[in-house]
Design a protein. Structure first.
Length: 255
């Protein structure tokens, strides 16, 4: 049994630092790099790509809404499908250029924050993201929230996909993530998170806030780099997985 651990990184901006990217890259097997719209800039992107290359970690674009002030976590209603396609394609291309300059290669795409949350429930947004990925490179792997509209959009676009669950986020009974506006949406207890991840991988399921068991395909587990104590959480997760005979390895493409 194997599982990929992914982390959202490169989310600093200029002199403002977010998270400990160097430490998290040592613990992750794939990373998703901010592309300048919700966080990050050209220099941060290059630094993150070089860290990942040195560690042998795969990199993906992490496109979000153009919302530096809100860290991409505020919905932007009213956008047309073409506008969403363009903002996603733009960000993928930016990271591809930086990666090429650094001698690395972008392998996957994972939508960030509110863009992802909206797409999980909205067909138009989900399909626009998938269309952008396919237009840029149909071989890019689409990282999708298990049991969401993103899965259907990826299937319709015939994109290779991996299904993601979250180590440090609470789930509603319908399989969606609890809104960050609600208390308890983000989990912080490293020991409980580690135990939770082991169950997720072994059972192929998550447990909602009410205790409901929701079956979910689990190809990769995300630990947010900006969550307080992220490094401790990631270390605990890796240790628990190893103790339970689960190998941490880069994700496999879902069939």
């Amino acid at each position: 049994m194997t599982i990929d651990l992914n982390c959202d990184l490169g989310e600093s901006f200029g002199p403002w630092e977010m998270g400990n990217d160097a430490a998290m890259i040592e613990l992750a097997t794939s990373v998703n790099i901010a592309c300048g719209y919700h966080a990050g800039d050209a220099d941060i992107m290059r630094q993150t790509v070089e860290l990942a290359k040195a560690r042998g970690v795969s990199i993906g674009a992490h496109p979000g809404y153009r919302d530096l002030h809100g860290f991409g976590r505020r919905p932007m209603p009213g956008m047309k499908a073409s506008e969403i396609e363009n903002l996603v394609a733009y960000q993928i291309g930016a990271l591809q250029a930086i990666a090429t300059a650094a001698g690395h290669k972008v392998t996957h795409v994972k939508a960030h924050g509110a863009l992802s949350n909206v797409a999980c429930e909205d067909d138009m947004t989900a399909r626009a993201i998938a269309s952008a990925i396919k237009a840029v490179d149909p071989n890019l792997i689409f990282v999708v929230l298990a049991n969401s509209k993103l899965v259907q959009a990826g299937e319709a676009a015939n994109l290779p996909m991996v299904h993601e669950v979250f180590a440090d986020r609470a789930y509603e009974d319908d399989g969606s993530l609890v809104s960050r506006r609600k208390p308890g949406a983000v989990l912080h207890d490293a020991a409980k998170i580690a135990e939770r991840v082991v169950r997720m991988v072994q059972d192929g399921a998550v447990v909602s806030v009410t205790g409901k068991v929701i079956k979910m395909r689990t190809d990769t587990v995300c630990i947010h780099g900006d969550t307080p104590g992220a490094v401790e959480i990631a270390r605990g997760v890796r240790k628990a997985l190893k103790e339970n005979g689960i190998e941490v390895a880069p994700f496999r493409v879902a069939s």
